[in-house]
Design a protein around this ligand. Structure first.
Ligand code: WTA
Length: 680
């Protein structure tokens, strides 16, 4: 990987060239140059004539019941990202389930595999597109028989089992709005979402599996509904945890078993796909929960589906017989877009894995990739780190040569992880660091496919995406200068609002459009390098203020990761009587490395050498694991609280892949002589 140049701090000395809005094409030769030039031209056109570009794409990629009248009703520059924001393809009608299933069956692909389910016990279940059509039709009929109509909200509180995508698509078929609530959430978090979104139906399972059996999902639903709610029907998948003797108890009149309901008379009858306004909501999904209160982000049928299909096709380039594996949980946006809607919209084969990646050992994931012939993998840097932590011997015993494309999301991909992927997967396998958010619906920044053969750091905007990096005063940052990442033009995958918050319009505007008028503010920090590539430096909330200097935690993490003994790390601020805020590092070491005070000091000094003396960490804590959601996203809020010495009020930790690691983190954060004190 080429070493990425380090940016200057925001507002630091101005480097040479001024930032250019459109990225420059990198130098290249021959066929590669021609295809890069084609990408460059296409990009220019997508930005210069967005309506023509997206209109063509929408006509080519999706089937419409009624053509749209207007391509987009949202002009950031005119400041109309406001109550008048109507979204994409107004006047048009289509159905997402029809586009993801029926049209493929009608087009002769009924026998192609749509979904391959890998159960936690090792069992494999395959669904062709025809099977998926039959299963979603039956469940849509069940929902209909319970009075569900277009616009109703249906909560899906399910583990990673086929019933989850089937229920999503059944809702989409009727025009009901699905709201997947990650099965790791507690009854309280579930109840808050049921109330906020006014759900009529909850679909759940007796138990789930999250790196081990997670019993009692149905019990959580009962507790969430105990105080009364809008829910009229609870559908329960009969799936017990190993050793659980008794089935969950059903509440008469409210609850039904999934298997009985779908087998009932009449449920196999055809169920028409409701033609829906392109601007109608397809689903609600909370943002990851790394911030405080969850926001119910709304995505609409037309724009979202088009963007999911287009970005999936561009990034993962599925071919005949390929198998795509997105290792994220469907409870988060990555699973929605790149496990379900993107792959199915283009008629690809998508793998659904019931267990958590990396548990109990990374072997399970590697074996699955090989045994199922996975050709493209979408995962997180955390999963790659779990692979690298297993050591060289493990890597040699687990080659994954069939994988042709790997992409990651959620955190920056370290150059060590990048190198590891290049050696472990198929020859010349591109490794793409992609950036996006729940709100953006799909990938916004990714290396272009025409340049993915080269080792490179940083990403480019996907077609139609116009990112800028701004200083705090709104002026463009210079090349290599860190600033606020914003978007200057709407794109079809963009959220259409926040669900039913009493002041949802105000909240929508305040969250995304108030900071820099006329622009969408991502809340992330980034810089642009000399080749026009974007480098994400993490969310603005992740900054540490040291002696009045803003330091990106990602920068410190990158420095720590450049020591081969470090597998994973997270850096947060901690109170410091002298500096205001100190730098607190949580470090996961390689299995074969012994933690010691000497190593603590060595790592701290190493950071000082890489970044500068002001950045020498104050605390280095060696821990077994970091607090991540199952989608791999780091929850720094929890680390910050622990580092502040306030572990009694950590807020909701149920979104963590493994909430039990919190005890270890608190224990390891016991007062130690800080590196700074030791040196004083
Ligand atoms: C962060 C996940 C660095 C970022 C699809 C963003 C990243 C937030 C990257 C969104 C990346 C995502 N490098 N940071 N490649 N990708 N992020 O809503 O802070 O769960 O704003 O969506 O994750 O997280 P969310």
């Amino acid at each position: 990987m080429t070493a990425s140049k380090q940016p200057s701090a925001a507002g630091g000395p101005a480097p040479r060239a001024a930032q250019s809005a459109a990225p420059r094409p990198p130098a290249a030769v021959g066929a590669a140059a021609a295809s890069r030039l084609a990408d460059e031209e296409l990009y220019e056109r997508s930005i210069g004539e967005p309506e023509d570009y997206w209109s063509e794409r929408a006509a080519a990629a999706l089937s419409w019941d009624t053509p749209w009248e207007r391509v987009v009703d949202c002009d950031f520059a005119a400041g109309s990202a406001s109550p008048s924001y109507a979204g994409w393809f107004a006047g048009g009608k289509l159905n997402a389930a029809y586009n993801c299933i029926d049209r493929h069956v009608a087009g002769g692909l009924g026998e192609r595999r749509s979904l391959v389910f890998a159960a936690a016990d090792g069992g494999i279940e395959e669904f062709t597109y025809a099977d998926l059509l039959a299963a979603t039709t039956r469940f849509a009929n069940v929902l209909k028989s319970r009075g569900v109509v277009a616009g109703d909200r249906v909560i899906l509180y399910l583990p990673m089992i086929p019933e989850l995508p089937i229920a999503m698509l059944a809702c989409a078929r009727l025009g009901a709005v699905h709201a997947v609530v990650f099965a790791g959430f507690s009854s309280q978090a579930l109840g808050a979402r049921i109330d906020a979104w006014g759900a009529r139906v909850v679909v759940t399972s007796e138990a789930g599996w999250r790196g081990g059996p997670a019993p009692g999902l149905k019990g959580e639903v009962d507790r969430a509904l105990a105080a009364g709610s809008s829910v009229e029907t609870v559908v329960v998948v009969a799936r017990r945890a190993d050793g659980d003797e008794d089935h969950a108890r059903l509440v008469a009149g409210r609850d039904l078993w999934w298997h009985e309901a779908v087998a009932a008379a009449g449920m196999a009858a055809p169920c028409a796909c409701e033609p829906l306004a392109a601007t109608a909501p397809l689903f609600i999904l909370s943002t990851s929960g790394s911030a405080g209160a969850p926001k119910g982000v709304v995505h609409a049928v037309g724009g979202y589906l088009l963007y999911a299909a287009e970005t999936f096709r561009h990034v993962f380039a599925p071919g005949e017989g390929d198998v795509h594996f997105c290792a994220a949980d469907i409870g988060w946006i990555t699973g929605h877009t790149y496990l379900v809607y993107g792959p199915l919209a283009v008629g690809a084969t998508t793998l659904l894995y019931e267990g958590a990646p990396g548990r109990p050992q990374p072997d399970r994931l590697a074996d699955l990739i090989v045994s199922q012939g996975v050709t493209s993998l979408y995962t997180t840097p955390a999963v790659v780190h779990a692979f690298t932590a297993a050591g060289r011997g493990w890597a040699a015993a687990h080659p994954m040569p069939g994988v042709k494309i790997v992409a990651t999301v959620g955190d920056p991909l370290s150059s060590e992880a990048w190198d590891w992927c290049r050696s472990q997967f198929g020859a010349g396998c591109p490794v793409l660091d992609t950036w996006w958010q729940t709100e953006t619906g799909g990938i916004l920044l990714t290396p272009w496919r025409s340049e993915t053969g080269e080792p490179l750091a940083g990403s480019r905007p996907y077609f139609g995406v116009a990112p800028l990096v701004l200083r705090n005063d709104g002026r463009p940052a210079d090349v290599l200068e860190r600033g606020n990442l914003c978007l200057a033009q709407p794109w079809p995958g963009m959220m259409t609002g926040i669900w039913c918050d009493a002041d949802n319009v105000a909240r929508f505007r305040a969250s995304y459009f108030a900071r820099f008028p006329g622009l969408y503010y991502t809340g992330d920090q980034a810089y642009i390098d000399e080749d026009g590539r974007f480098h994400i430096e993490g969310s603005s909330d992740d900054d540490v203020w040291v002696l009045g200097e803003r330091l990106s935690s990602v920068e410190v993490e990158r420095a720590l990761l450049s020591d081969a003994k470090v597998v994973e790390t997270a850096v947060v601020g901690c109170p410091d009587p002298v500096k205001g805020e100190g730098i607190c590092c949580y470090v996961v070491l390689r299995d074969d490395v012994e933690p010691s005070d000497a190593l603590r000091e060595k790592l701290a000094q190493h950071v000082g050498e890489v970044i500068g003396p002001f950045a020498v960490p104050d605390r280095v804590h060696f821990v077994a694991a970091l607090p991540r959601t199952r989608s791999g996203k780091m929850i720094r809020r929890i680390l910050r609280k622990i580092a502040e010495g306030d572990p009694t009020d950590l807020g909701d930790t149920t979104m963590l892949a493994d909430p039990s690691i919190v005890t270890d983190l608190v224990h390891e954060t016991r007062p130690q002589t800080t590196q700074a004190e030791a040196r004083r």
